[in-house]
Design a protein around this ligand. Structure first.
Ligand SMILES: Nc1nc2c(c(=O)[nH]1)N(C=O)[C@@H](CNc1ccc(C(=O)N[C@@H](CCC(=O)O)C(=O)O)cc1)CN2
Ligand SMILES: Nc1ncnc2c1ncn2[C@@H]1O[C@H](COP(=O)(O)OP(=O)(O)OP(=O)(O)O)[C@@H](O)[C@H]1O
Length: 192
């Protein structure tokens, strides 16, 4: 029987969590080198990034690499609105944690998701066409919904993951927002 979304999520999350600290560092360094060469990265001024959890690829060193750029972390939606917000982050350690125990900047300016140039998107699994499986709450899909109506609209979405998170084909739902690119420690996938 073929694997369903829940089983695939469990398997991929276990796979990335089981990487050694050494493998994690190697992957992060290699992926950051690939990312740093991308014209999309070089051009971007306002960039969404994430605080890694659960074995996700740790690309926070990008802040040291690109000191002149502005980086933002996702902040969970409040009741009245469905979208993630992105708060300015300078690389400092953070003491506030959201309900999933993920650190968030407590204060500081937010930037509307549409006004970011580039968003580095965490994921659980991806396929070479840019389909993404996330943690299962639909936050990124809802936040970048407008891209479905306006192909070519910003921001560019770049998935970042370990190569082991790549699967041949992911079934998609009509709300899924595809990734423009995916970068792993091994290679760049150009999806759009
Ligand atoms: N690093 C990172 N930050 C991120 C995301 C992400 O995928 N990675 N998100 C992407 O959308 C948002 C958070 N989304 C999440 C959605 C579901 C669960 C989750 O189900 N967590 C627990 C179970 C619930 C709980 O602890 O209360 C779990 O680990 O199974 C976590 C985060 C925003 N920030
Ligand atoms: N644009 C949208 N409008 C309404 N509901 C949505 C939208 N996008 C996603 N959802 C809802 O969110 C739920 C989770 O979606 P999905 O399993 O694709 O999340 P995910 O991409 O894995 O998670 P995440 O983006 O949080 O990492 C779906 O059941 C769907 O009902």
């Amino acid at each position: 029987m073929s694997e369903n979304k829940t089983q695939l999520r469990r398997r991929m999350r276990a796979g990335r969590r089981d990487l050694s600290a050494y493998q994690q560092r190697l992957h992060a360094r290699a992926a950051i080198t690939l990312l740093s060469r991308l014209p999309q990265m070089r051009r971007a001024r306002h960039i969404g990034i994430y605080w890694p959890i659960d074995g996700e690829l740790d690309i926070r060193q990008l802040l040291q690499r690109f000191r002149a750029k502005h980086f933002y972390l996702p902040v969970l939606p409040v009741e009245s609105q469905p979208h993630l917000r992105f708060k300015r982050w300078h690389g400092e350690t953070l003491s506030f944690r959201n309900r999933f125990h993920i650190p968030e900047p407590a204060a500081g300016p937010c930037r509307a998701p549409k006004l970011l140039d580039l968003v580095l998107v965490p994921l659980v699994a991806f396929d070479p066409k840019g389909a993404r499986l996330g943690m299962g709450a639909g936050f990124y899909d809802r936040t970048f919904e407008h891209k479905q109506l306006l192909p070519g609209a910003g921001p560019q979405l770049i998935g970042t993951a370990h190569q082991l998170q790549c699967v041949e084909h992911l079934p998609t739902d009509n709300w899924d927002i595809p990734l423009d690119l995916v970068v792993t420690e091994k290679r760049i996938y150009r999806c759009r």
